[in-house]
Design a protein around this ligand. Structure first.
Ligand SMILES: [Fe+2]
Ligand SMILES: [Fe+2]
Length: 310
């Protein structure tokens, strides 16, 4: 991946857009699966928090242009139920952010592979294949992950897939397959990644905003193993979503900070990050992004539904 002449790279990180399900498109048989329960929850109100996803994604495209963003990272949960037409719509909404494709990185979230249908991961990959190219494919362990993108000479982004289908409605936990973790550990000794600033991205949160592990039924099972490997990284950051709150936290398990993008579109909780990476000094300046009701900006604005409060 080539970068512009300046030594500052601007990276936009957003997540959990949850493009709404059009429930009427679901076959009647799916009402008896987890997806059926998810759909009922959507009908009961959850979906209304994501009503304006199309407008917000259009605003995100404008924000990217205004801020001169070089690289875009999305940490998954594009959809609500992982349906074909949801993935298709999500892909369409983010496609302006995918130009050029090598400057866009993503992983699936648990909602993008909501229930196991044998081809859930393939379905996600089919929609997002144009942005799944891997600069170090020899480390790939099934599917497309780990996926590595080299950024100029001084940085790299490593994407690990932690999403898995959850057949039970009360579970939304994840884990990074052992083979991926082993490949991740192995690549940290690779000369091509030495002395680079390393972003490590996945869907699930290794730690909550208070530094504690997430609940067993909602969190990343092998977060400790993951953080233990990340402790070998001298300069870098861990990026994720899944939790719909934007936060940064430092934890004793690793020397690099953790950034949760939260949800870019959940009404009342919209957030994201812009990371400014000085590629010479390898120093990261993170700026939180807010939604003001009309546009994304760096100015925090509190608003309640239907009422802006400065
Ligand atoms: Fe989510
Ligand atoms: Fe999630």
């Amino acid at each position: 991946m080539k970068t512009k002449e300046s030594n500052i790279i601007h990276i936009l990180h957003f997540s959990d857009t949850h493009v709404g399900a059009l429930v009427r498109h679901m076959g009647w048989k799916k009402w008896f699966s987890k997806r059926g329960i998810g759909a009922i929850n959507l009908l009961r109100g959850r979906a209304s928090y994501f009503d304006e996803v199309e407008e917000k994604m259009a605003a995100m495209v404008r924000f990217k242009e205004e801020q001169g963003i070089d690289i875009v990272i999305n940490t998954g949960d594009y959809t609500a139920l992982g349906l074909e037409h949801e993935l298709s719509l999500a892909r369409e909404l983010v496609s302006p952010l995918m130009m050029p494709p090598q400057n866009y990185l993503t992983v699936p979230g648990n909602h993008d592979i909501y229930v196991h249908e044998g081809n859930s991961h393939y379905r996600f990959a089919a929609h997002f294949c144009s942005v799944l190219q891997n600069d170090l494919p020899e480390y790939c362990r099934g599917g497309h992950f780990p996926l590595v993108r080299l950024i100029g000479e001084s940085a790299a982004i490593i994407a690990l897939n932690s999403a898995k289908p959850n057949p039970w409605p009360w579970r939304s936990d994840g884990h990074i397959p052992t083979a991926q973790l082993e490949a991740f550990e192995e690549m940290l000794s690779d000369a091509r990644l030495k002395n680079r600033f390393l972003f490590v991205m996945t869907h699930y949160a290794p730690r909550l905003a208070n530094g504690k592990p997430d609940k067993k039924l909602h969190g990343l099972h092998n977060a400790d193993d993951f953080l233990h490997i990340c402790a070998r990284i001298e300069k870098g950051a861990i990026l994720f979503g899944h939790i719909h709150r934007t936060y940064r936290v430092d934890v004793p398990e690793t020397g690099i900070p953790l950034y949760c993008a939260g949800s870019a579109t959940m009404e009342g909780h919209e957030g994201a990050w812009v990371y400014e990476l000085d590629t010479h000094a390898k120093v990261l300046n993170a700026k939180q992004v807010y939604w003001n009701g009309l546009a994304y900006s760096f100015e925090p604005v509190c608003y309640l539904r239907d009422q802006l409060v400065q």
